[in-house]
Design a protein around this ligand. Structure first.
Ligand code: FMN
Ligand code: SF4
Length: 671
């Protein structure tokens, strides 16, 4: 394979005299909920240091809330701790990151009217003006000028603490709809004093913070600013005003770089764009800003392949590229780019398990990388040589188990009923919007081939007993099947026959049908069901005349935050009727009868081509699996065949089961 060169990404950049980034790749600031008692934990340090070890040029830690009223998330380190010993933990973290050659900057924020502090600290939310908050629906308190000065001071003390702890600099978070942006935006700032009204007034708070931080930390400390290019909120600011803000901030001479991001928590498709947003699309907004300012500009937005980063640098859209989620998925990406060989890269596929978890205030994990944010746990030393492991099922759980066991040296046979491995990843990749999932399938295909896994395709395994004669352990990863029934999961009579116009093919095959103009009713009854989202997206963009029946209070309420706003807007743009909470009733011919519980109404739709059901997943197991497991035989069940869940659980359990299966087998005498 010819080496892949990404010269621009690999070019160093001098941020300050004597402070040079080894490349243009940035791990942008992110909440990881990995702190312990609001101090840096060993887990967090190991997680960050692992990315530095992988070669990232600039690593930005945090965001961290500067003030008791500032946080939207639990368990982020406090940059203004009452216990000075916490600063030693920061210093230890910085040292661990710098030991691997990354420049390290700490991000400070105040979430303002998005802080939801009431839930954690029972303090009111602070914002420029009174009004409904975005994340929490709580009503914010309009800050007094004394409170404004108090928050400015808390940014300063946070920055000074970071400087003492050895950070190379600080980043002031003026984006994502947080407090500073709330002051800048005419949508959220309705003040009539010198902090409201004209742009100069709305910028006053940001500039006061930057000036005070610069004065306190001196000329050698890096001061960066995270800036929003497009709010995408009715009444908010657009790119023209964002360019002007950037120009004015640059002209102050107070900042060393601008990090440009987009969106708020109500325009999430710009903020942390998921797989439904084209790769690298939001990153392009920075181009006009870069053209207008002297300081280096970082851009972000689903830059999950170095090719996209290289193109953005070449086009002049930015000087540095944020590749946060690409680095969560594969911390070694910068080193791979440097080596000119991307072979073996775990791709970030934009499922936003990471972001979803953060909003639930639980520690970060990754849908494709089972080691992410668990790097403090030692790699288990379980030599597999001489062990014979059978894996039944070639979906993500089985593939991860096969790769893990084979790479430990075990002799692995993988039985897959289909013609190709990949399971739900392969099925999803048939839909154009998820075509990049094929990259994950290819990743596994390469890894199992390299690790010498014996793959048996079209091999249906109905019983495990015969496999136990030939193998030391069997890992069952047979997944779940979706049945075509239109009844939602809690229907009293879920096995009732249905004579209506039911689509009975596989959901993946639906991608190949011409659905233009077809009248389709999509039945949805599982929370955050990615298949339902993919189907809705596909059917709408492919021109179907779609209606959705959801057993939840609303379709979007059943989705996690990273998808909620995107789908609300998509459905609104297509004028898609959503009946919720509702269920399909028995009917025949091409008529569909919907029982709308909310309206206490029956709705009849005629001329329906198909009722497509997404929401009935049932576990699928070889007949003797449970009995063998109960009998204490070396059989493990993992992933969706235990209970239908997500990719993250499948992959994590795959890895865990492989290691356990090996460890449980006695060491062969001749090993
Ligand atoms: C789990 C998670 C937490 C995040 N938390 C923050 C944060 O605290 N501060 C911030 O500026 N951006 C935060 N972001 C946004 C990222 O810095 C970045 O702008 C966004 O993920 C898009 O870049 P990417 O496509 O390279 O991931 C977060 C993103 C993720 C995935
Ligand atoms: S969870 Fe998904 S979006 Fe987040 S880093 Fe991992 S692969 Fe990317």
């Amino acid at each position: 394979m010819s080496p892949e060169r990404y010269e621009r990404l690999l070019a160093p950049l001098e941020l300050k005299p004597g402070l040079t980034l080894r490349n243009r790749i940035v791990m942008t600031g992110h909440t990881d909920v990995l702190a312990a008692n609001r101090a840096p934990s060993e887990r967090q340090t190991a997680y960050l240091a692992r990315r530095a070890e992988g070669g990232v040029g600039l690593l930005i830690t945090g965001g961290a809330g500067v003030h008791p009223t500032s946080g939207a998330f639990e368990e982020m380190p406090d940059p203004n701790p009452s216990d000075p010993a916490v600063l030693d933990l920061f210093a230890h973290q910085v040292e661990a990151i710098k030991a691997h050659g990354s420049v390290v900057i700490g991000q400070l924020y105040h979430c303002g009217g998005q802080s939801a502090t009431d839930y954690f600290t029972e303090l009111p939310m602070w914002a420029p003006s009174e009004g409904r908050g975005m994340l929490s629906d709580l009503i914010a308190h309009a800050m007094t000028q004394r409170e404004i000065a108090e928050v400015v001071e808390s940014f300063v003390s946070g920055a000074v603490n970071y400087q003492r702890a050895g950070f190379d600099g600080v980043e002031i978070h003026g984006s994502h709809g947080y407090l500073i942006q709330q002051f800048i935006s005419p949508l959220t700032n309705r003040r009539t004093d010198e902090y409201g009204g004209s742009l100069a007034n709305r910028l006053r708070f940001a500039i006061e913070i930057l000036a005070a931080v610069r004065a306190a930390t001196g000329p050698d400390f890096v001061v960066g600013y995270r800036h929003c290019a497009v709010e995408r909120m009715p009444g908010g600011f657009g790119l023209d005003e964002a360019v002007e803000v950037a120009r004015r901030l640059d002209a102050t001479g107070l900042i060393d770089y601008l990090s440009v991001s987009n969106g708020t928590h109500e325009s999430y498709e710009e903020l942390i764009p998921s797989v439904y947003v084209p790769q690298g699309k939001p990153a392009g907004y920075s181009e006009r800003i870069t053209a207008q300012v002297d300081v280096p500009v970082i851009t972000v937005g689903r830059i999950n392949h170095p090719r996209i980063g290289e193109e953005l640098l070449a086009s002049g859209a930015a000087d540095l590229v944020g590749m946060l989620r690409a680095l969560i998925a594969d911390p070694d990406l910068p080193k791979r780019i440097e080596a000119g060989d991307l072979h073996g890269t775990r791709p970030c596929i934009g499922l936003n398990v990471c972001a979803t978890r953060i909003h639930l205030n639980v520690p970060l994990r990754c849908g494709v990388n089972p080691r992410a944010a668990l790097e403090d746990l030692p790699e288990p030393d379980v030599p597999g040589a001489g062990r014979r492991i059978a894996i039944v099922g070639g979906g993500p759980a089985g593939l991860e188990a096969a790769v893990t066991a084979a790479e430990q040296g075990a002799e692995v046979t993988l039985y897959e009923g289909g013609q190709r491995v990949g399971g739900m990843l392969l099925a999803a990749s048939r839909f154009p919007v998820k075509a990049e999932f094929a990259g994950m399938v290819e990743f596994y295909e390469e890894r199992i081939a390299e690790a010498g896994v014996d793959v048996r395709l079209r091999a249906e395994v109905d019983a495990l007993e015969p496999l136990l004669d030939e193998h030391d352990a069997v890992v069952v990863a047979t997944g779940a099947r979706r049945d075509a029934s239109p009844w939602h999961d809690r229907s009293l009579e879920p096995d009732l026959p249905y004579d209506g116009p039911l689509y009975r093919g596989s959901l993946a095959e639906l991608a190949a049908h011409d659905v233009r103009g077809r009248r389709i009713v999509l039945v949805h009854s599982e929370r955050n069901d990615h298949a339902a989202l993919t189907l809705a997206h596909h059917l709408l963009t492919a021109g179907a005349d779609l209606r959705i029946v959801s057993s939840f209070g609303s379709l979007t309420a059943a989705m996690d935050q990273p998808f909620e706003h995107f789908f609300s807007k998509l459905l609104a743009a297509h004028g898609t009727p959503v009946y919720a909470p509702a269920a399909v009733l028995p009917s025949s011919g091409n008529r569909v009868v919907i029982d709308h519980w909310g309206l206490r109404e029956r709705i009849e739709l005629d001329d329906v081509d198909w009722v497509v059901s997404s929401g009935r997943r049932r576990t699928s197991l070889p007949a003797d699996a449970r009995a063998l497991f109960d009998a204490g035989r070396p059989v493990q069940m993992i992933g969706d065949c235990v209970a239908p869940r997500g990719l993250e659980q499948a992959i994590r359990e795959g890895r865990g089961a492989a290691l356990e299966a090996i460890a449980a087998v006695a060491v062969p005498a001749n090993a």
